[in-house]
Structure formats: structure tokens, C-alpha cells
Design a protein around this ligand. Structure first.
Ligand code: PRT
Ligand code: ZN
Length: 219
């Protein structure tokens, strides 16, 4: 029997919520030694445990049928072009909610969006950031960073940052304040657009119906 393959983050903010949701949908996993694969014992479902950034491409390429990823990562990958344009959101999952925000030093001259004209902005989301500012006629220099974006203004690497915020504690601890929300995100279930493979579609439908129930009951 063909098994449904779902890509889930192996370690990080989406992995616990993702695994928890799948278990509450009735999937049971035997914890083997294989770190990349998890096989459900009671349904024809396999998980692939990977870096979140790789999930859109895993699904777009057909290596997995579905993936659980932050909408921010999906959007960034789609703006980078390529096959991820063929992806769609099958279900919004309601966890890992956060906002991508532009933030500037509390003690500084930048107060609003217009003040960012010609400035340098550090971010891990160059595509989303550039697109947002471009539609508002603001031209900036993007400084791409993989992590610790919040230290950039203090180190004079950039004048401002565009980073994910949930509680706001990180901004505050680094003497930064948000001036604009660029993107609102949550965990989403993604798949390729169009007709799904009939062998796995029925199991995907069952899982999604259960997931809707689980999400509704936890809101
Ligand atoms: O290793 P891998 O590449 O798989 O993981 P990762 O380090 O890229 O991702 P991870 O696990 O940090 O985040 C995965 C996803 O969780 C993100 O893509 C978002 O969709 C979502 N998410 C939700 C967040 C946050 N909330 C969040 N707060 N991702 C990151 N943060 C960061 C934030 O940037 C800040 O630096 O957490 C820090 C604390 O936030 P505050 O505002 O609560 O202080
Ligand atoms: Zn990542």
C-alpha cells in the first residue's frame, strides 16, 4: 500500500506542535533509531524529519506529499522562485503563531517606515522584507543573516532589523522596538497544487478532517 509522506521539522518550534497534532489525529509512532524517518504503526503514513527551511522544496519536488511549515518560510521560499510556486496551503494549523516585524533601536532617529529609506536592514527573510518595502516605495539595503538578527544594529551591521517576534522579549532585551508588522504567520500544512495522488488522497483527507477537529477543540 502506498504510504502518505509528511515532512515535519526534526527539531525546533514546529516539531513538538507538529508531532503533537499528528498524534492527536490518531497516528502512533514507534520510536526507532532512524532519525530521518518515523513510520506510523496504525496508518499508512511516514514522516520525514528535516530542517524547516527544506520542507517547501521536499513537498514541491514530490519527495513528500505534505509538509508542516511556518507560513513565513513558505512565503520566503515562494518569493525565491522555482518549484515552490506550485505549493498551496491545505490547512492552517493554528500554532507557532508569530509576526515578522521591522524593528529599530529605541534610542535612534528612525521612527517610522519612511525613515527607513536608504537604510540597511538585517533579516533572515530578504524576499518578504524587500517585497513589502518595495510596494511602499522604500528602497533599502538588505543584510542577510541566518540567526541572531537582533544583534545587528548594536554591532552596526544594519540600521534596523526585520525578524520574527512572538512575545517581544528578544526585541526588548536588545534595545529594539517594532515599528511595523510585515507578515503574520502560523504553522500551515502544505501540498502541491492540483490533483492529489489517488492512492494517498483518501488517507490525507481522513487526517485533515481529524486535524480540523483537533484544531477547533484547542481554540
Ligand atoms: O533548525 P531549523 O532550520 O529546522 O529551525 P529554525 O531555527 O530555522 O526554526 P525555529 O525552530 O526557531 O522556528 C521555526 C518556526 O517557528 C519559524 O519559522 C516560525 O514560523 C515559528 N515561530 C514562532 C518562531 C517564533 N515563534 C519565534 N519567536 N520562530 C522564531 N522565533 C524567534 C524570534 O525570531 C526571536 O529571535 O524566537 C526568538 C524569541 O521570540 P520572542 O519575541 O518571544 O522574544
Ligand atoms: Zn530553519
Amino acid at each position: 500500500m502506498t504510504r502518505l509522506r509528511i515532512a515535519v521539522q526534526s527539531k525546533g518550534r514546529l516539531s513538538e506542535g507538529g508531532m503533537d497534532l499528528l498524534k492527536r489525529c490518531g497516528l502512533r509512532f514507534a520510536y526507532g533509531r532512524d532519525k530521518l524517518h518515523q513510520r506510523a504503526e496504525n496508518m499508512p503514513v511516514d514522516l520525514m524529519l528535516v530542517r524547516d527551511d527544506d520542507i517547501p522544496n521536499f513537498v514541491a519536488s514530490g519527495a513528500c506529499d505534505y509538509g508542516i511549515v511556518g507560513e513565513n518560510v513558505l512565503r520566503e521560499e515562494q518569493l525565491a522562485g522555482g518549484r515552490t510556486a506550485e505549493l498551496e496551503i491545505a490547512l492552517r494549523l493554528g500554532f507557532a503563531t508569530c509576526r515578522l516585524k521591522l524593528a529599530v533601536p529605541v534610542e535612534g532617529e528612525i521612527r517610522d517606515l519612511a525613515d527607513l529609506q536608504g537604510k540597511a536592514i538585517a533579516t533572515s527573510y530578504p524576499g518578504i522584507t524587500r517585497a513589502y518595502l518595495a510596494t511602499r516605495g522604500i528602497d533599502v539595503e538588505i543584510v542577510e543573516m541566518r540567526g541572531s538578527v537582533e544583534v545587528a544594529p548594536r554591532l552596526h551591521i544594519a540600521d534596523a532589523i526585520c525578524d520574527l517576534v512572538s512575545s517581544g522579549a528578544t526585541l526588548q532585551a536588545n534595545g529594539l522596538k517594532a515599528i511595523e508588522t510585515v507578515f503574520e504567520s502560523e504553522a500551515v500544512l502544505i501540498r502541491r497544487k492540483g490533483v492529489q495522488a489517488p492512492e494517498t488522497d483518501s488517507i490525507a483527507r481522513i487526517l485533515m478532517r481529524r486535524a480540523e477537529g483537533v484544531i477547533a477543540s484547542s481554540q
